[in-house]
Design a protein around this ligand. Structure first.
Ligand SMILES: Cc1cc2nc3c(=O)[nH]c(=O)nc-3n(C[C@H](O)[C@H](O)[C@H](O)COP(=O)(O)OP(=O)(O)OC[C@H]3O[C@@H](n4cnc5c(N)ncnc54)[C@H](O)[C@@H]3O)c2cc1C
Length: 473
């Protein structure tokens, strides 16, 4: 059976990968001339890569890790020491570390927290630990119920001191969804904390050894095409045409560069587009259906990814850093963390600017000027004196609508991969799966979509050919 999938982000490519495994023939249509969606990357005129986002892979990403294994590219993940490293705004130029010892979970996490005395006092650690007990005992159903509250409200309800939020959770909230704790749903932080505390290597981080487009998306496309599938760039879905019974008759692909539009007919259809473009493309009869109406509650959150090349090394740290700056979220010196971007003499900082709602319309020079002012606080030793570090060049990548904004109440708006339309399915990090808006969530959503398609229409195999978590969820 031919399955047309709109969107060649991780969700669309993972869906296609698991569909070819189950004996289907997927045809992936990508609007842009680059693979990867939110993990897309480009090479500039000097041959330097710049990316849509600074991307971290976690130990608690079972479907992503299995995918790397299935593609035979596991060695491309560069695992870092099991630590979380925070800048200390009150002591510019210094860092505070949470080091996870090599012992079983959750003791390694508890030890990491207890051994850090820079950020939290003992009474704060104890009150925080007590507050977390219900989440640990009652598990995921409690975590889902907490979607009623923002994380700030949840902390307050559990008598956890305001300083715990300020010291640790502003940074984590911005890293997870590019918004602050007073906006983010408690479910997001509690889900992450649960994974990190329950799995020994859950919070262990890896960087890819090069650009995600080349090092992850291309092997996926090679796999899909080697088994009879197809991936087409510059092929934007323009309209979904319906049969009289409301099922999909065909996809219209907009002709690019003056070419005529194309009508593509298949047996089954998948949207692996982000929720924002899907909402505007929904055929009129579908908009009245409760299943699709819910999507109105989901909207992408703005974020900006910055790349700054300097004339010297600013740090030797080979890890992700939580800036704890009001302007910035996480960052890394990619000249240390990523094999293909390595440079022993010069730093390339990749930084996430979040929350970005007040910055997304500003010019690149304004954004860079504000970022440089923050960097002077993070690296005072390099930006003061007679010979301050020089910025050689930069790239700013704005994503006005990135992952869905995970405010309270959003869990109820997230749709299943199976829709009420018999020949139409959804994939995408915003669809319902256990891993929120993330690369793992995108891969799992694609796998789940392939799994329900195989259940509904399997041409040759049972769903057991799509191994892993998807069949368990
Ligand atoms: C700055 C930033 C940092 C991030 N950091 C992390 C991180 O550290 N760890 C992590 O796990 N996740 C991170 N994420 C989130 C992660 O990138 C996403 O959750 C994931 O890549 C989303 O995949 P997706 O396939 O669901 O959607 P997308 O990647 O958005 O893919 C959708 C695709 O659909 C295409 N499309 C849209 N309209 C059409 C159309 N009409 N026709 C055809 N195609 C269309 C788009 O061009 C795109 O390629 C980050 C995201 C950003 C932006």
């Amino acid at each position: 059976m031919r399955v047309v999938i709109a969107g060649a982000g991780l969700a669309g490519l993972s869906c296609a990968k698991y569909l070819v495994d189950a004996g289907f023939t997927p045809i992936v249509l990508e609007r842009r001339d680059v693979l990867g969606g939110k993990i897309a990357a480009w090479k500039d005129e000097d041959g330097d890569w710049y990316e849509t986002g600074l991307h971290i892979f976690f130990g608690a990403y079972p479907n992503m890790l299995q995918l790397f294994k299935e593609l035979g590219i596991e060695e491309r993940l560069q695992w870092k020491e099991h630590s979380m490293i925070f800048n200390q705004p009150e002591k510019p130029g210094t860092y505070s570390r949470f080091d996870f010892p090599d012992i079983p979970a959750p003791i390694n996490g508890v030890m990491a927290i207890l051994r850090n005395n820079d950020m939290l006092t003992w009474p704060e650690k104890i009150l925080f630990g007590i507050g977390l007990i219900p989440a640990m005992i009652k598990g995921q159903s409690y975590v889902e119920e907490m979607d009623r509250y923002s994380f700030s409200e949840w902390l307050q309800k559990h008598n956890i001191p305001k300083r715990v939020e300020k010291e640790v959770f502003i940074a984590m909230s911005k890293a997870l969804n590019f918004i602050n704790p007073d906006e983010i749903s408690a479910t997001i932080l509690l889900t992450a904390l649960n994974r990190f505390l329950q799995e020994k290597n859950g919070s262990k981080m890896a960087f890819l050894d090069g650009s995600p487009t080349e090092r992850l998306c291309e092997p996926l496309v090679d796999y899909i095409t080697s088994k009879g599938g197809e991936v087409r760039l510059n092929a934007p879905l323009k309209e979904i045409l319906l049969n009289h019974d409301g099922t999909v008759q065909s996809f219209i692909i907009r002709g690019v560069d003056g070419a005529a539009d194309e009508i593509l007919t298949a047996d089954l259809y998948v949207s692996a587009m982000p929720v924002d473009p899907l909402k505007v493309m929904l055929p009129k009869p579908w908009r009245e259906m409760d299943f699709f109406k819910k999507l109105e509650g989901l909207e992408g959150v703005p974020v900006i990814n910055l790349h700054l090349w300097f004339d010297r090394k600013l740090t030797e740290i080979d890890h992700l850093l939580f800036s704890r700056s009001p302007l910035l979220s996480v960052y890394a010196d990619m000249s240390n963390t990523c094999k293909e971007y390595a440079n022993p003499d010069r730093s390339m900082l990749e930084l996430v600017l979040a929350p970005a709602k007040d910055w997304i319309t500003k010019s690149d020079p304004e954004i860079i000027a504000a970022t440089m002012a923050e960097l002077e606080k993070l690296f005072p030793q390099h930006f003061t004196g007679d010979n301050p570090a020089k910025l050689l060049k930069y790239h700013v990548v704005k994503t006005p609508r990135s992952v869905y904004k995970a405010t309270p109440g959003r869990q109820a708006c997230r749709p299943d991969q199976k829709t009420p339309i018999a020949n139409f399915y959804l994939a995408g990090d915003y669809t319902m799966q256990r891993y929120l808006g993330s690369m793992e969530g995108a891969v799992l959503s694609g796998k789940q979509a392939a799994s329900v398609i195989a259940q509904d229409y399997s041409p040759k195999t049972s769903t057991s050919s799509i191994a892993g978590e998807a069949t368990l969820v």
